[in-house]
Ligand binder design. Structure first.
Ligand SMILES: [Zn+2]
Length: 108
């Protein structure tokens, strides 16, 4: 018996903001990942553009929300001297700092 091919979804909805996007590697951040349901999409605005040089564009709305929440938590728990150093870091370095804590399993 021949395996029926899955129908291609030409357009998918961004599960984050509901925007209708082309199901292509350029517009759908989740393209080819099949991490969720069929037809799942994540627009660049929400999911970020991995090819961008700008950290904010690279993270996208979902990424920024994710890191902003964790940056606040980390900041609160730092000793005053360390917090002062953390505060003068660029956003990109703060994100890298939080990423290291996540990798080490210090926080989730
Ligand atoms: Zn979106």
């Amino acid at each position: 018996m021949e395996q029926a091919e899955k129908p291609e979804h030409a357009y998918v909805k961004c599960s984050c903001c509901g925007e209708l996007i082309k199901n292509s590697p350029e517009e759908n951040n989740d393209f080819g990942q099949n991490s969720y349901d069929e037809g799942f999409g994540m627009c660049r605005e929400c999911g970020g553009d991995p090819n961008s040089d700008d950290i904010l564009t690279r993270l996208g709305w979902a990424g920024r929300t994710f890191f902003d929440a964790r940056i606040d938590i980390v900041r609160e728990r730092l000793k005053p001297e360390t917090r002062a150093k953390f505060d003068v870091m660029s956003y990109e370095r703060q994100v890298a700092f939080v990423s290291r804590l996540l990798e080490r399993g210090v926080m989730i």
